[in-house]
Design a protein around this ligand. Structure first.
Ligand SMILES: [Zn+2]
Length: 235
């Protein structure tokens, strides 16, 4: 299976390079960054995120369950947010609608626009919990074509106060960990005005009984995949 992977170099404005490389080995750059490196110029590695936003689409049953556990539902001003996103992308000289047609996006899809398939997120969540605090979990509506769906958003941040609703967090993480996700995307966004870097992880098509093929790892904020290995049983 062909997999796209974004060059691991940082651009001059500290965003992740938007060019593709053939594989995920560390320090394999796109031809532009490789040329610079070969010419003896310093090539910086793309920055680690300060915030990782994990998002997934909830069905009605899980929405009700998580609302019952006290996870709040927020309704941001969707139009204002999207306008800001377009302005942000333009500031970085990127075509906001180049990759996703309907919702503006200013980030780089780390694994290409197709993302990765049949993924376990168990290790991903362990990586994130080792590095960040869970400072917020909420549900919010998102437009998907002509319909609205509920999205769960988990905010993993450097610093900040961990959420106090431990039962809600435990239930959410178990739900995410114990599944095979048909599709997973990771977006590395350019720095915000305050310099902070936000990455977004999105998964969909949850399958409980399917064996995953890949494991997604944080890999110092560059993101990478490993083959899934079935856990050994202890006798
Ligand atoms: Zn590059």
């Amino acid at each position: 299976m062909h997999m796209q992977y974004a060059c691991t170099a940082a651009t001059e404005r500290n965003a992740r390079c938007r060019h593709w490389v053939g594989d995920q080995r560390a320090k394999v750059f796109c031809s532009l960054h490789q040329q610079r490196k070969d010419a003896g110029e310093a090539v910086e590695i793309a920055p680690k995120p300060d915030v990782a936003l994990y998002k997934f689409n909830l069905n009605g049953k899980w929405r009700d369950k998580l609302l019952e556990l006290g996870i709040p539902e927020k309704d941001p001003d969707f139009g204002a947010k999207e306008a800001k996103h377009v302005a942000h992308a333009q500031q970085f000289g990127r075509e906001a609608y180049a990759i996703r047609k309907e919702v503006a996006d200013s980030g780089v899809p780390v694994f290409g626009k197709e993302g990765i398939q049949n993924v376990s997120l168990y290790e991903t969540l362990q990586d994130l919990l080792a590095e960040y605090e869970v400072v917020d979990i909420h549900i919010r509506p998102r437009r998907d074509g002509t319909r609205w769906i509920s999205v769960l958003v988990i905010n993993f941040s450097h610093g900040g106060r961990s959420i106090s609703n431990q039962p809600a967090l435990d239930t959410t993480l178990e739900f995410l960990s114990s599944s095979c996700w048909g599709f997973c995307h990771v977006w590395a966004n350019p720095p915000q005005d305050d310099g902070r870097i936000v990455h977004t992880i999105n998964s969909s098509h949850r399958e409980v009984d399917k064996q995953p093929e890949l494991v997604l790892r944080l890999n110092g904020g560059l993101w990478s995949t490993e083959p899934y290995v079935e856990p050994e049983l202890d006798y």
